[in-house]
Design a protein around this ligand. Sequence first.
Ligand code: ADP
Length: 592
Amino acid sequence: MSEAKQPVKVKVSRAALLRSTRLFKYIQPYRLTFGLGLLALLVSSVSGLVLFSSLGDLIDVQTDQLNNEIGKITLFLLGILVLQGLTSFVRIYTFSFVTERSMARLRQDVFASLLTLPMEWFSDRTTGEISSRISADISSVQSTLTTYLAEFVRQVITVVGTIVILMGTSFKLALFMVGTLPAMAVLAVVFGRYVRKLGKKAQEEVAESTALLEEVLNGIATVKAFTTEWWEFSKYREKTDRVVKTGMKNAIARGTFATFIVVFIFGSIVGLVWFGGRLVASGEISTGELFRFFMLSALMAGSAGGLAETYAQLQKSIGATEHLLDIMEATPEIPKPIALKAKVAAPKGSIRFSNVSFEYLSRKGVLVLKDFNLEIPEGKTTALVGRSGAGKSTIAYLLLRFYQPQSGLVYWGEEPVEQMELLIYRSFIGYVPQEVMLFSGSIAENIRYGSVHASKDEVEQAARLANAHEFISEFPDGYETKVGERGMRLSGGQRQRIAIARAMLANPALLILDEATSSLDNASEGLVREALDRLMQNRTSLVIAHRLSTIKHADSIVVLEKGQIIEQGNHYELLQRSGFYAHLLKTGLDAE
Ligand code: ADP
């Protein structure tokens, strides 16, 4: 697990607290077990109190103030010890039982929610940010449920219980003791705030350095190729050095905090000894009672000190809960990650962009498409060409409904695509992205991504059509060959053919192909070309084209510039015009 994003403590507002109780629905199914745990906690806390307060009796037995009771008391104390031991086990077991199960459900729900969020949500955040945030938040909630909630309850019971018993033992002495508490509390709050602020800063700095690490791991090939290891290292060193500085500042604050508390507690103990000693001397209380007093006071001081820490942890987990709820309550684009029951037939007819205007929400005010009109005829191949930034991918994303146009409609046949259920609509589309995404796992699994329940034969058939069967069969493990993280163990051409096989298996009504810009060697290029031709045959296809061979084959070429169609026709018609297309071909299709 990445420790990068630590949950941030939030001010416990009523609203946040109320909101975080929504997580209780995860405990709900186990409420009986959880209740048993709480009961065990109660018994073990109370028996702890009894144990501490009975120790004084042992002293009084020694000084003969209680006659021959020593055996009984010791036996009683042993009984309490066993009880406490047992209840501790029950508490830890039951709380873990509940937590493990409810956290698994929470994890599943967060992941499910994440999958249903729209693309906009993801483009606003980095992968590292999302993943480290989620794992840190969940582990914070988890430790609260297993430990801190119980600690908090135990500490409160102990503090209240000890005060009650102390009052019963010697009202005067208890008053003296309790009189010092408020001062301690005020100091603790003031210091606590400062320490918390520093702690938060340190966490953010650690998160930054972890984000850098993840980024470097993702781009390790680029780092190495550009020999920028030193640069990444110096950035990392600067960030981690900053963590040390803040950490030390934090340590000094925490140290001072601890010192104050310790001095204060010991100061009050010295005061107590002095005051208690006088009470024993004057015969107001017995030695045993004084001893009990000290024991309980120590217990209380420990619990009161611990309370601050536990409280801070609870605050943190309320912050974590807020984040998790933010994800789970963000507006999803599909209700749930569910499998489609049956394949629905795609609509007939061509696809039309009708007066579509679109801007990315992250770059408001810049219209990428303005009153855009385009027809993608059924069963034909339409190629989009244009300089980088012209809006080709945006058109593909709008077709995939990753984003919604601000105005205008996209029709498929007679029906606006917006009116079709998103999951069903996307099931009509096959997408071959520029950077082929292979998931870790076998080649077969990767091809099956196109149709999860496809048989072995169907997978093989798709691979044959994609000119991939041959190279796959040459691997010792054949279709079961592991592709390695992000397909690193395969060549570019092989990856592309696997992506084509995947699309072949999906057999979509509409194919969106974002052609790879990197050129392949001639042999590979030929095989990929052939496979693509088969894939696009008689299929409505939109190709973001980067290769002349693809463009030549297209039924219609749409030349884009700044989100506008400036020329349209087939290769030869466009060449004859000697316009922008002809110019593009001369200067290279990918020129900026
Ligand atoms: P092409 O695919 O032709 O290279 P794009 O469709 O990717 O062009 O980009 C069109 C314009 O939209 C560019 O100006 C680009 O900077 C902008 N753009 C693309 N994606 C985003 C995004 N996620 N947020 C903001 N602007 C974007």
